[in-house]
Design a protein around this ligand. Structure first.
Ligand code: PLP
Length: 384
């Protein structure tokens, strides 16, 4: 039985061309980009070219891209580095209740350091209301961080409107775009965003590499202290192979273009319609319209999502019960609770995140097995 992978929000398979592009930097081209002999300068050239590709993917200047170890570091750095840099102006930060733990836990850390944080609620669809942001702003607010797209329910936030409010109040706006990058257009030439976190392994690149976009003129303190890499803002010898691989993955996505995302959106809508048709207990979580092209998330109340996940795993089908970071724990998802779901409904949920390689035949197999298991569990409960 072939494996069916429907957990692209957790991580994505590496494009084979990415591994090929990375390989020389583990062997002949292993130089340190800070070294001034040819082995080093050729590594630097490869890194500069990669930075150029990444910058053009979000229409910014290459000098506004700072390589990090991934989304978690970018989020930590953005919040801590900006909060510390602007603390003379105020110590209040605004975020949303449905952020990834990389943001929420960093906010808790900043609270322990004397900052105050307002956590904005979301609508039952998972949207932050611009009026709630407007009302939460105080004279001492220095920073707002709202994710571009949610990792569990795929909700796309009104980034432009939220950013415009921040701009009007002269407050910095950071967005965690780890899930949104290359799935929706994100142009720094038009979006009022001051800092943005991105990770390579969500877009068929390697794990452990990402970047933080920081708009020119925005002051940020380093998180990592040491050498003068990344223009003195992020110390540590750069992971050249991963950087080159990241850029290769992005190049491939850009070549696939908007039509690939449109096709993914159509496949997603087909899957949603078929699940709701075949499995009467299924309820879609999140917004139908403001949603990432590959994201679906359903509750199967009164069944247990974890039990369904294990049964599907037995059929070589990989799905998730929420964010990968919280699987293994029996706590209901904070995102689903924030939508107003009960504890039982939240624990009954499964996330299926599709990728470009998933076919409708695969999805039909998933629906077939899921429907059989749901009916079996409902019968065991005496509900069918
Ligand atoms: N932010 C969001 C929205 C995510 O989905 C993730 C990963 O799942 C992260 C941050 C963390 O990114 P990384 O795994 O690159 O550290």
């Amino acid at each position: 039985m072939a494996q069916i992978y429907l957990d692209h929000a957790a991580t994505t398979p590496l494009f084979p061309e990415v591994a090929t592009a990375m390989a020389p930097f583990f062997f002949d081209a292993f130089g340190n980009p800070s070294s001034i002999y040819q082995l080093g300068t050729s590594a630097r050239t490869a890194m500069d070219q990669a930075r150029q590709v990444l910058a053009s993917s979000i229409s910014c200047h290459p000098q506004e891209i700072f390589f990090t170890s991934g989304g978690t570091e970018s989020d930590n750095w953005a919040l801590i580095g900006l909060a510390e840099a602007y603390q003379e102006k105020g110590r209040h930060i605004i975020t949303s209740v449905i952020e990834h733990p990389a943001i929420l836990e960093t906010c808790h850390y900043l609270e322990s350091r004397g900052f105050s944080v307002t956590y904005l609620p979301v609508s039952k669809d998972g949207l932050v209301l611009p009026s709630d942001l407007e009302n939460a702003i105080r004279p001492d607010t220095i920073l707002v961080s709202v994710m571009a797209a949610n990792n569990e329910i795929g909700t796309l936030q009104p980034l432009n409107e939220l950013g415009q409010i921040c701009k009007r109040h002269n407050i910095l706006f950071h967005t965690d775009a780890v899930q949104a990058y290359l799935h929706i257009p994100l142009s720094m030439a038009s979006l009022p965003v001051d800092a943005m976190s991105v990770s390579a392994h969500k877009v068929n690149g390697p794990r452990g590499i990402g970047f933080l976009y920081i708009r020119k003129g925005v002051h940020i303190l380093p998180l990592l202290h040491g050498g003068s890499q990344e223009r003195g803002r992020r110390a540590g010898t750069e992971n050249v192979a991963a950087i080159v691989g990241f850029a290769k993955a992005v190049e491939i996505h850009l070549k696939h273009g908007a039509s690939a995302m449109e096709a993914l959106r159509e496949t997603r809508d087909y899957f949603i319609a078929r699940i709701l048709e075949e499995i009467p207990v299924a309820r879609l979580n999140g917004s139908l319209t403001h949603r990432l092209p590959g994201n679906t998330n359903f509750s199967f109340s009164p069944l247990n999502g974890e039990a369904l996940l294990i049964l599907l795993d037995g059929k070589q089908i990989c799905v998730s019960t929420g964010s990968a970071c919280s699987s293994g724990s029996l706590d209901p998802s904070h995102v689903l609770l924030a939508l107003g779901l009960s504890r039982e409904e939240a624990l009954s949920s499964l996330r299926f995140t599709l990728g470009e390689e998933n076919t409708r035949e695969e999805l039909e197999q998933v629906i077939h097995h899921l429907s059989l298991e749901v009916n079996r569990l409902l019968r065991m409960k005496g509900l069918l």
